[in-house]
Design a protein around this ligand. Structure first.
Ligand SMILES: [Zn+2]
Length: 614
């Protein structure tokens, strides 16, 4: 029996070998047939560009060739033109600067599904203009809707260098409810909004550290100060966008990003949890209309009561809608909509809100230790990457104390994790993060809010916040991000300008001279540095053969313009995955046509997403 059995299995082996040979020869001839039919050569060639590749082996070039969404050759015009066939699309960059596509490794597109409802003051140079925008918008806002500005601006950006007064706001928006939110720090409400939100009644969310400014008679004026949770709660009490308006909001917020050269973002969680938020993106992914790579991390706030956010996350990804780290929900786009783990808030109890108008929020070290030992531990055991919001060094120290301890028994062993923001991290703690294999995703909030920070702390402290030079020199995986759309503007060039010039949007010096970066270093933090957080450092962030074809042709040469022009740079041609996602000036005809914006009264339709767009 044994012998016969053996024979059988030998026969099986032989049959399998023949079968494999047969299949291989079949696929071989199929490939041959295909290559004889298809012309060799590029799908798209860009010529006559000043290319900053970010690739140290070939730092500069003038042309590149793309096939099937990847760059496959970078070189001189003559060399690359040799790769043209009769079908190749050729674009002349007309000596413009070309850079790798910008990666914003920490932003919140999916938290702003009401994006199309909001007036964006991003980049608006005067308060006068900002107020005019409100009154224009009030006139076209239908009954039942609000006039809203939800973050992305700072009073320091205005020539007037101040906040609007309530009188000015009332005059601009007399007969619609109005909220003007400054970062996650404060909001200005008119009478109709105060009534709708139930200011002074039980309906107004009861959250710690909420403060109303009062008039001489003790009545709330309409200015309210608070932290992140308050402003997230208020967002649930205003008119909500329909499903179609939510999808349209995603389309138009991405359009605004493409306009400034962004080709990848990591969505860092928000009000809508997985898988609800991702279903909106799926509508675009299905028709291949998602114009940005959008990996995401997820946070689960629960239903408002006390909740263990890590347990809720584990439930969402194992029971509600099973998904693994690295799994891509986009059917065709690499890193299109990939789950990148838990974050940026892993527990409401240890959240240090970064409101620079107030002193630092310090978490009890014991609480932090318990959180790491119990909750972060679960993520490490299950090999789920995580990103941890931690603004202040005082909170980073106990977090690292506990993480080092956990690492002794439950090793991180190359698991990707990072600190988010880390504004005031010390050199010692940078080293400790590095030893544990972590990364740091900084943000450019100081470009907008440093003037407020100086009032709360001091200029000396601002000048070394964050320690950009030490961070870059440490060699730690490092990204600069925007943390848009509320805490700061989504425009990466505002942050790049701050890193290079050391100046905030008010023009005042807020970074010490020895704490600034070269233009190449600053750009790197928004390209190859950021690719680490997408787990895509081998194929994104640098222009080199084999890499994904994401890049931007700029309206001005970033490396040559005077410093004061850096913040107003935008893209004239943005290419993601080898296809044009944005075109302006001589490339506007190449720009994909977007569906009509919803709703029809959307401020984005009239003002665009950034000052100067329309
Ligand atoms: Zn954060």
């Amino acid at each position: 029996m044994t012998a016969i059995h053996k024979n059988h299995s030998n026969e099986d082996k032989i049959i399998r070998k023949i079968f494999i040979a047969f299949v291989t020869s079949l696929s071989f001839s199929a490939v041959q047939a295909q290559t004889t039919q298809e012309q060799p050569g590029a799908d798209l060639i860009i010529l006559n560009a000043k290319i900053f590749t970010g690739n140290r082996a070939q730092p500069e070039a003038s042309a590149l060739a793309i096939k099937e969404g990847r760059i496959y050759s970078v070189g001189s015009d003559v060399d690359i033109l040799d790769l043209k066939n009769f079908k190749t699309q050729v674009i002349d960059a007309r000596s413009r600067r070309l850079i790798p596509g910008i990666i914003d490794a920490h932003t919140h597109v999916l938290n702003d599904m009401a994006y199309n409802y909001n007036v964006r003051w991003d980049g608006v140079p005067t308060l006068r203009r900002a107020l005019t925008m409100l009154s224009e918008q009030a006139a076209r806002t239908p009954e039942g809707q609000w006039v809203k500005v939800i973050g992305g601006w700072s009073p320091s950006q205005f020539e007037e260098n101040r906040f609007p007064t309530l009188a000015e706001l009332h005059e601009a928006v007399p007969d619609r409810p109005m909220i003007v939110q400054y970062a996650y720090n404060r909001a200005f409400l008119n009478k109709q909004a105060m009534e709708a939100l139930g200011v002074g009644t039980d309906r107004f969310p009861k959250l710690p550290d909420t403060e109303f400014e009062k008039d001489s008679r003790g009545n709330p004026t309409g200015v309210v100060h608070g932290y992140t949770w308050l402003f997230l709660a208020l967002e649930t009490m205003v008119p909500q966008p329909t499903l179609d308006e939510q999808v349209s909001s995603i389309v138009y917020s991405i359009h605004g990003l493409n306009r400034v050269g962004v080709t990848s973002i990591i969505d860092n969680g928000g009000r809508w949890p997985y898988p609800e938020a991702q279903a909106r993106v799926d509508v675009l992914a299905r028709d291949n209309r998602l114009n940005v790579r959008m990996p995401f991390v997820d946070l689960q706030l629960g239903d408002g009561g006390p909740a263990n956010m890590v347990d809720l996350e584990l439930k969402a990804i194992t029971k509600t809608a099973p998904i693994s780290p690295g799994q891509n929900l986009h059917p065709t786009l690499a890193h299109g909509h990939e789950y990148r783990g838990a974050g940026e808030v892993l527990s409401g109890e240890v959240h240090d809100h970064e409101n620079f108008d107030r002193p630092a929020v310090i978490i009890a070290p014991e609480k932090m230790r318990r959180f790491v030992e119990q909750d972060v531990m679960k993520l490490i055991q299950r090999r789920i990457p995580f990103r941890m919001h931690a603004s202040y060094d005082e909170n980073i120290s106990p977090f690292l104390d506990a993480l080092e301890k956990v690492n002794e028994t439950t090793p991180l062993d190359g698991l990707k994790w990072s600190l988010e923001h880390a504004e005031t991290i010390s050199p010692e703690n940078i080293d400790r993060v590095k030893k544990l294999g972590g990364g740091i995703a900084l943000d450019a909030k100081m470009a907008l809010h440093a003037d407020g920070f100086i009032k709360t702390y001091s200029r000396e402290k601002a000048l070394e916040t964050p320690r950009l030079r030490t961070l870059v020199d440490s060699g730690i995986p490092l990204a600069m991000t925007t943390d848009a759309f509320r805490a700061a503007t989504f425009n990466p060039w505002v942050g790049i300008s701050w890193m290079v010039t050391g100046k905030s949007v008010s023009g005042s010096e807020v970074l010490a001279e020895n704490n600034r970066l070269s233009r190449a270093e600053a750009l790197k933090l928004f390209t190859s540095g950021a690719a680490w957080f997408m787990n895509a450092e081998a194929e994104l962030g640098v222009i080199a053969p084999g890499n994904l074809a994401d890049f931007a042709v700029l309206d001005r040469d970033y490396f040559a313009v005077p410093e004061d022009q850096i913040s107003s740079i935008s893209s004239v041609l943005t290419i993601m995955d080898g296809k044009v996602v944005f075109g302006a000036q001589d490339y506007s005809a190449l720009s994909p046509k977007l569906p009509e914006i919803l709703p029809a009264w959307s401020p984005v339709k009239y003002f665009g997403s950034y000052h100067g767009e329309k």
